[in-house]
Design a binder for this molecule. Structure first.
Ligand code: GLN
Length: 491
């Protein structure tokens, strides 16, 4: 039997396993067959993990045979961004410097997924160390958008997004420091959530900017996003910033509707120059549909968020330059041959191992933190961060949910922005303020422009994921838009 993963959900997999329509092993085979068929073109994966998948699927099949209660993600083929450690796989961060780095322990979020029955199909391509918005900064070549192979899937979690969009996995995890889950979600027509800072343990994800990084899911539907959130949101003693809160069922209120929900359209962000008017149109149509369903819609401004991008490009690189210091050819990573002395070893190992964007970030960050510049750059950026937090606090006094596009444009062409880092940085103008404030946000497909998907970003105050998912579910239902890339429909 051939199983088409792109037509399956967490729920349909569970039902199929229970009614013995297929086994978890057959589902895993279907994932690898799809990867075999399309990944030469898409390049969502850096590596597959057939052995791990076989063992995980066999465990689920044994549970089915024994009539045991199945865990929530039983048999679901799942992909992980290649900055998440999983024993039995390499964790390369799509960098040459970690080309041969074998995971020595499991990332907590990955472990939680596997304990919930997910079947790990492989590790996904990304921008090197998560620096980028297009997955072009991978040392292993770009990922292609399943909607149009000449276009980028967004980034930095572009591989994780493309894997779900192309039906190579049913779920995936990515990481989001300034938009790296939500922006690729928007560009590939997938549902993509960045949880509140601290909701999901960061233990075992290779750190980019520790005060901003957060792991989150990609899925085809809002319901599956909620189901994944149920699994990965848990307190972890291995991450000092992990919050301890009672477990929440994010699916419980999904269908409660949006009657009375106060939805604020962020006017100044929507009016930004550089936002494609057709993207704006799709977003406003979705807002109208929320209003038609009983939401109370108004407008709000977030004046300080215009400084989010420059503040992020100080804080992000500053933290990255410090986090990446460990990749020196001695403690971790590629080691240059025949060094003349230890300084030569450091310098050449790093110069040979890091790609251009990583070097740019390390230099930006080191400069911003250096004596004499610290107050002028890092100190100022932290003040801007506080102003942005206050903007959001004011807005959330009046609104439950704030709306912007996720990305100012649909997927751009591979190579289009590669030569101009600043134009690439602008892709994240809507997503970055969310990380600076530590709040949750979700990107939900809300339609297309010229055949390419558009994402709507819903933002809420800390720990309001349940409300965001409820609103996202209403958008999904109202748009009637089933995002299936033409290459998947043609298979
Ligand atoms: N695109 C942003 C950057 O390049 C965000 C990346 C991310 O969230 N990891 O830094």
């Amino acid at each position: 039997m051939t199983i088409d993963l792109s037509s399956h959900s967490v729920r349909s997999i569970r039902e199929g396993l229970l009614s013995k329509d297929f086994s978890a092993a057959e589902l895993a085979d279907a994932a690898f067959a799809r990867i075999e068929a399309v990944d030469g073109d898409v390049h969502a994966f850096n590596a597959t993990s057939k052995e791990l998948a076989g063992a995980a699927a066999a465990r689920i099949d044994a549970m089915v045979a024994a009539g045991e209660t199945l865990p929530p993600l039983a048999g679901v083929p799942t992909a992980f961004k290649d900055n998440m450690n999983l024993v039995g796989t390499k964790t390369t961060c799509s960098s040459k410097i970690l080309e041969n780095y074998e995971s020595v322990y499991d990332c907590t979020a990955v472990r939680l997924m596997l304990d919930a029955g997910a079947v790990p199909v492989g590790k996904c391509n990304m921008d090197e160390f998560a620096f980028g918005s297009s997955t072009e900064n991978s040392a292993y070549g770009p990922t292609h958008n399943p909607w149009d192979l000449e276009r980028v899937p967004g980034g930095s979690s572009g591989g994780s997004a493309a894997a779900v969009a192309a039906g190579e996995a049913v779920l995936s995890l990515g990481s989001d420091t300034g938009g790296s889950i939500r922006q690729p979600g928007a560009l590939t027509g997938t549902v993509a959530m960045k949880p509140t800072y601290g909701r999901v343990s960061r233990y075992g994800v290779v750190a980019f900017a520790s005060s901003l990084d957060q792991i989150g899911p990609f899925s085809k539907t809002v319901e599956e996003c909620a189901e994944t959130m149920n699994v990965i949101c848990a307190h972890d003693v291995m991450d000092a910033t992990s919050v301890s809160r009672p477990a929440e069922d994010f699916t419980a209120k999904l269908r409660d509707g949006v009657k009375g929900l106060r939805v604020g359209v962020v006017r100044d962000l929507l009016d930004l120059e550089g936002c494609d008017p057709k993207v704006r149109e799709r977003v406003l149509e979705s807002v109208e549909s929320l209003e038609a369903l009983g939401a109370e819609v108004g407008e709000v401004n977030l004046p300080s968020t215009q400084y989010g991008l420059p503040a992020y490009y100080i804080i992000g690189p500053a933290e990255a330059s410090s986090n990446l210091a460990r990749f020196d050819g001695i403690r971790y990573g590629h080691r240059a041959q025949d060094p003349t002395d230890v300084l030569d070893l450091y310098m050449r190992s790093r110069a040979e191992g890091f790609g251009p964007e990583s070097i740019r970030r390390i230099m930006l960050g080191t400069y911003a933190l250096s004596a004499g510049y610290y107050d002028a750059y890092y100190g100022q950026a932290q003040k801007v961060r506080t102003l942005i937090i206050r903007d959001f606090e004011r807005a959330f006094a009046d609104f439950d949910v704030l709306v912007t596009p996720t990305s100012p444009t649909t997927a751009f062409k591979i190579g289009e922005k590669a030569a101009d880092p600043v134009s690439m940085y602008l892709s994240d103008v809507y997503t970055i303020p969310v990380n600076l404030a530590g709040i949750p946000a979700v990107s939900v497909p809300c339609g297309t422009v010229d055949g390419l998907p558009v994402g709507l970003q819903l933002m809420g105050t800390h720990f309001s994921e349940s409300t965001l998912l409820r609103a996202a579910h209403a958008v999904e239902a109202a748009s009637g838009f089933v995002p299936v890339p033409p290459m998947v429909a043609a298979l």
